[in-house]
Design a protein around this ligand. Sequence first.
Ligand code: 13P
Length: 261
Amino acid sequence: MSADRRPLISGNWKMNHNHLEAIQLVQKLAYAIDRDDYAAVDVSVHPPFTDLRSVQTVLQADQVPIFLGAQTTQEAERGAFTGEVSASMLAKLDVSYVIVGHSERRELFAESDADVNAKARAVLGAGMTPIVCVGETLDERAGGRAEARVTQQLTGSLSGLKADAIADLVIAYEPVWAIGTGETAMPADAQQMCSHIRSCIGATFGAEAAAAVRIQYGGSVKPGNTPELMAQPDIDGALVGGASLDADDFARIVKYRLYQV
Ligand code: 13P
């Protein structure tokens, strides 16, 4: 992590917790995370759509400085898109960060890099920050194609965006083989890929954007492995799945700096 980039720890709840369970979880987080933590780290939670209004209400009422996040968005502004939710609807709920191109969306819902690009633009257009996910499969890594794959995803997903928009956004490097498996990338391997991502951004959007863009690591992040991951110079945060559903675990991840060796 660089001194100039504020760390961002994000909890991707995926399709877990109804709105009542969501309220309980944020109330626990409000107790477990304190002022010193928020002074050092940005924190976001990404509940399912049906929970957003409830979570927003709790965060507002108790003045909890956790940023509200969403897990995806529809790129169109409005219209005949049954089942979809637009970026402006999310912005109206005080959503700040929207994950786009998560590997589960890419794999299970056939989202292409062009789709991810359109969603990132919609999020930016509504005044929010996209968290753009990239990451290789086990086959791609075994075949020595991990960097090429991630480069391709970055090129497609960020195509046509302006350098100042890139500087403000977040990239999440989530190797597909590390998601929900308990397998974490070795911190040195994660660092190597995050450094590669920063170089790609630099080559296309310039040194300033590369220095400013925040890069998260995701894939079996737990309280125990966070300090070492966060000690890597190009890792600026974590996108946490399973461990973000447990208030104590997520709070310990947010407090990683207290455990840093
Ligand atoms: P896990 O932390 O459960 O591996 O999930 C990672 C992830 O996909 C976060 O977006």
